[in-house]
Design a protein around this ligand. Sequence first.
Ligand code: NAD
Length: 482
Amino acid sequence: MNTRKTPVNVFDLVVFGGTGDLARRKILPAMFKRFCAGEMPDGSRLIGVARRAMPAEAYRDMVRAALDEFLKTPIDPEAVEHFLQRIEYVQLDAQGEDGWQSLAEMMLPDRMRAFYFSVGPSLFSDLAARLRLWGLADENSRIVVEKPFGHDLETAKALNAELATHFKECQIYRIDHYLGKETVQNLMAVRFGNMLFEPLWNSQYIDHIQITVAETVGVGGRGAYYQKAGAMRDMMQNHMMQLLCLIAMEPPAKFDPEAVRDEKLKVIRALDPVEPHHIIRGQYTSGEDVASFREDVADARSKTESFIALKCHLSNWRWAGTPFYLRTGKRLKTRSSQITVVFKDAPHSIFGPASGRHNNELTIQLQPDEGIILDVTIKEPGAGGMKLIDVPLDMSFAEALGPKADAADAYERLIMDVIRGNQTLFMRNDEVEAAWAWTDPVIKGWELRGDVPKPYDSFANGPDDSSQLLRRDKREWRGIKR
Ligand code: NAD
């Protein structure tokens, strides 16, 4: 197996929001793992920045505790101590001038600087402006912008315009951690690296495609944010849309950032407006030991959705006539993210009606385990005659690749892509705006009609209407029950 490593030059990663939840759960553990993999060359540093006043040593203690809490694998205490020597801390106010001088004095001239905006979205513009004002960013610097990127098309455009006054597009990395998942990239490898699938990858052979992102958790402590966002803004406009792009896009001429992002953009632009009766919204109700969505967001009359399912179409030659069903929600039965490509039945069954209906399905599983499964039809073993059954050809990465399979978390891969200057897996300004341009009228539609989401039981499959959406088309959801 080829385990090629691209060399990394010395860098500083400045994490604004370095004491926050995302930094502790994802960014710090990811950087520790890349440090252990030898991808933090001598002299490279991680500089945590936050509002809280504390000495660097206290921040290092916090980093140590975060690694203990959030790294799933056993950690080498000696490696942790070496990693901590690379950690610095600066107290700073993103909205004022306090602390910026200290950060400026810490900057060294001989290295690439990446600034990770792991703070609330209201601070993105302030940070970009002050990085320029204080002369912290040069032509080679990069900024990483977390989600949510805007609340609608207007705010996304305004944020793009604001960032563009301080940074070139090639310096802006809009992160969507779904794109960093091994399987998502494997989706491109499977589609474009094999002869087997691409000739069949169109409406002539594919009956429909489903994308499910199901969570068991509720909105938790994010009630105030979620009440304003809902599943459409929080998941559909970004993660689900990105998955749809990768599954539906034309082969790019090259695997390079502009070529890949050009093709993804064409997919979003080919999306038809969604018919109102093709959208199902839901809110979870209270269950054993869990509060209802309305209690979680502290609004007894909330019209925000914690679940959405919709059917959409792409108006282009490849996909005309193939529906795409997308669904995502909280407090569902299982935590599961998968894409299922359902191929059409064989045009004629030589085995007669008794053999039943069989078709191939390709399942791309993103969570909880990553892997790709191809269901093929074979003869049921035994002497009972020609009975057919579907069996999975399981390309579960853990089995196929052994210990290397779980090598990197999405954040590890994406942060290293920032450091190497590879934007392929990051969203471009026009992609984000096109996604909002499709999302906005859908949201405005239900706001104008005053639609209220349907209640659904916690830890079940979402509202019944979501099953009906497919049953009307003589189809069934895959994913949550598996
Ligand atoms: P958090 O509230 O836990 O942390 C916020 C951080 O920002 C803290 O370190 C705080 O000190 C710092 N901060 C706040 N105001 C500041 C100011 N004026 N000046 C300087 N620093 C300031 O938030 P989080 O959950 O870590 O999320 C950070 C960003 O990442 C958000 O945009 C969020 O939407 C996004 N995000 C988070 C998650 C997650 O799992 N937590 C997942 C995806 C995206």
